[in-house]
Write a protein that binds this ligand. Structure first.
Ligand code: FO1
Length: 342
């Protein structure tokens, strides 16, 4: 059973999120709030650099994964897309030989992209569209895109047909079609330098009592959020403690392709290395605190040596209770950090 110290429960928590890991972490946070009856308001700043235009539709995987997961519409097996899904439209497109066939858009999921694309075409911002979609799903959090501007992560891979020896593919092609099985030579969030934080994002970071960084991909989820001009600065200057959870356990990612992309940017695939990559807030970086898995208890000293408070706790999000316990550990690390500051 979870019984937090009431003084630990922050009134406003802002969570950076990307991918299935971010959504699962949020499930644990909401479960903790639910079972403790805490009056905590949650704002989610979601990565949008995974977004892709397909068949004339704008698909926003990280926004939709949070919305569906917290709204009860997710396919829990896949971790993305809708439950009770059918694939007739995908199969009909394939029958016409329309590419790409490697990215599966389910029939139910298509409705989300149709509504989103129609609203964007009518001039609504991605923030307004996301709020409208959440009117239906009621995820129980304020869900904000990191930016309303178009940003797309592309990955440079080897191509001996290309004069430069390399070509860029959209992140979704690298992940979904190529299964991250070819070396990533560079990761480029296209458009990031011209992007501005979406309305409410900087305020949500500045006015938070706690900022949480879930075990999302440090390169293409958290890294892209930090790279939006204005968001990194807000995180480095907020009065709120910033506590993160390692996506790397025992030297490897739990799911996804963090190992391949960390290698692409020259960062070792380790719980301590990712903390160092994010940096200590006292040294101009992101983190005040960092949770590593018990399997990486030997990395705690290394992390603390960089000025980041660190604890080794179980990090497998096997169910919402387990994830809620992780969140509680993050709360405790934040409180310890604040205590230290006083
Ligand atoms: N992931 C896959 O591995 N295969 C797919 O066909 C696929 C389709 C898809 C459609 C909508 C959507 O929101 C997500 C989808 N994903 C698929 C997952 C997606 O690649 C990842 O969830 C994120 O981009 C990683 O953060």
């Amino acid at each position: 059973m979870i019984s937090p110290d009431p003084s630990l429960t922050p009134a406003r928590v802002t969570v950076l999120s990307g991918g299935v890991g971010g959504a699962r972490f949020l499930q644990g946070l909401l479960h903790l709030i639910d079972v403790t009856g805490a009056a905590t308001e949650v704002t989610v700043v979601a990565n949008t650099a995974d977004d892709i235009w397909l068949h004339g539709l704008k698909v926003c995987p990280d926004l939709d994964t949070v919305m569906y997961t917290l709204g009860g519409g997710i396919d829990t097996e896949r971790g993305w897309g809708r439950t009770d899904e059918t694939w007739h439209a995908r199969d009909e497109l394939a029958a016409y030989g329309v590419e790409p066939t490697w990215f599966g858009l389910g029939d139910r999921d298509l409705a989300t992209h149709l509504v989103r694309t129609q609203m964007l075409d009518a001039g609504y911002s991605l923030s307004a569209v996301t709020a409208a979609l959440c009117d239906r799903w009621k995820p129980g959090v304020r869900l904000l895109p990191m930016t309303d501007d178009r940003v797309e992560t592309h990955v440079a891979i080897d191509d001996d047909q290309a004069p430069s020896g390399q070509r860029a593919v959209h992140f979704q092609e690298y992940w979904v079609r190529l299964h991250a099985e070819v070396p990533a030579r560079a990761v480029v969030p296209v458009g990031i330098d011209r992007a501005t934080p979406a309305p409410g994002v900087v305020e949500a970071i500045r006015d938070a009592e706690l900022v949480l960084v879930p075990p999302s991909n440090p390169v293409v989820s958290i890294g892209t959020i930090l790279a939006v001009p204005g968001i990194g600065e807000a995180l480095r200057s907020t009065a709120a403690p910033v506590v993160g959870v390692s996506p790397i356990v025992g030297g490897h990612h739990v799911r996804g392709m963090a190992a391949q992309l960390l290698t692409a940017i020259g960062v070792e695939t380790g719980a301590g290395a990712v903390a160092e990559h994010y940096g200590a807030r006292g040294a101009g970086g992101l983190l005040d605190g960092w949770l590593v898995d018990t399997a990486d208890a030997d990395e705690v000293a290394r992390v603390e040596g960089t000025g980041i408070a660190c604890r080794a706790v179980p990090l497998m999000m096997t169910d919402t209770e387990a994830t809620a316990r992780m969140v509680l550990e993050a709360y405790a690390l934040a409180a310890e950090h604040l205590g230290a500051d006083r």
